[in-house]
Design a protein around this ligand. Structure first.
Ligand SMILES: C[S@@+](CC[C@H](N)C(=O)[O-])C[C@H]1O[C@@H](n2cnc3c(N)ncnc32)[C@H](O)[C@@H]1O
Length: 209
C-alpha cells in the first residue's frame, strides 16, 4: 500500500501550480486571514504555520514582525512559498506527525485546512502541544464532520473523487475531546459564521497549551 504521506504530498505538488487561481483557493485564503486575526501575532514572536501551503499565511506573519516558520510536506507547495518575501530559509519540509522542532519552540501555531490530511491526528495534535510554549496559542481551522458541506468537500470530493481515502474530519464535540487528550489546557471550538458557507463548514479552534 502506498504511504499516505507521499500520496497526499503528490496531490498537493500538483495543486500547488494553480492553488491560488481557483475560487475555492481564494475562499481558503479568506479563512486563513480570519485564523490569523484570531492568532493576534505580536512582533518578535516565533510563529509556526503548519501545513503552510503556498506561504501566504507565513508571509503575512512575517509582515507583522514575527519570526515566521512554515512547514509543509509538499515540495511543490514549498517551492511556491519560497518566492514569498521573508520566507527564504524559514521553510521546512516535514510531517505534522513528527515536527522537527524542540519542545516549546513557538509562541503560536496556525494550521488552516491541512489537519484532515494528517496520517495520525492525535499524534499531530500532541506534537503541536509539545512545540508550543506553556500558555502558547494554537489556532486551527478544518472542515467539520457535523456539517453537510464539510462532509461533501472532504468525504465526497477529496476521499471518493480524488481517492484520498485517509482524510478524516471530526464533529465539534469530538474536537473538544481530541484537544483535551492532546494535553491542551483550554480550548474553544466553534463553527465559522453562517453567512460564509465555506467558513461555516469549518471548525474554528483556539487552544491554549
Ligand atoms: C489545502 S492546503 C492549505 C494550505 C494553507 N494552510 C491554506 O490555508 O491555504 C493543505 C496543506 O497541508 C499540507 N499537508 C498535508 N499533509 C501534511 C502533513 N502530514 N504534514 C505537513 N503538511 C501537510 C499539504 O501539502 C498542503 O500544502
Amino acid at each position: 500500500m502506498e504511504n499516505p504521506l507521499h500520496k497526499h504530498g503528490r496531490f498537493f505538488d500538483v495543486w500547488a501550480r494553480f492553488y491560488r487561481l481557483t475560487l475555492f483557493g481564494l475562499e481558503l485564503r479568506r479563512i486563513q486571514r480570519q485564523a490569523l486575526d484570531r492568532l493576534k501575532v505580536v512582533p518578535g514572536q516565533r510563529v509556526l504555520d503548519l501545513g503552510c501551503g503556498p506561504g501566504d499565511g507565513a508571509a503575512r506573519i512575517h509582515q507583522q514582525g514575527a519570526v515566521a516558520i512554515g512547514l509543509d510536506y509538499s515540495q511543490g507547495m514549498l517551492l511556491t512559498a519560497q518566492k514569498e518575501a521573508g520566507l527564504r530559509g524559514k521553510l521546512t519540509r516535514g510531517d505534522a506527525g513528527r515536527l522537527p522542532f524542540r519542545d516549546g519552540a513557538f509562541d503560536k501555531i496556525v494550521c488552516t485546512n491541512s489537519f484532515h490530511h494528517y496520517p495520525d491526528h492525535l499524534a499531530s495534535l500532541r506534537e503541536m502541544r509539545r512545540v508550543l510554549k506553556a500558555g502558547g496559542l494554537l489556532v486551527l481551522v478544518d472542515p467539520r464532520q457535523d456539517n453537510l458541506f464539510g462532509r461533501m468537500a472532504i468525504e465526497l470530493v477529496e476521499e471518493r473523487i480524488f481517492g484520498l481515502k485517509e482524510v478524516r474530519i471530526f464533529p465539534i464535540a469530538r474536537w473538544r475531546e481530541l484537544l483535551k487528550d492532546a494535553g491542551f489546557a483550554h480550548a474553544r471550538v466553534e463553527a465559522g459564521p453562517i453567512w460564509q458557507p465555506v467558513a461555516w463548514a469549518e471548525a474554528f479552534i483556539e487552544a491554549t497549551a
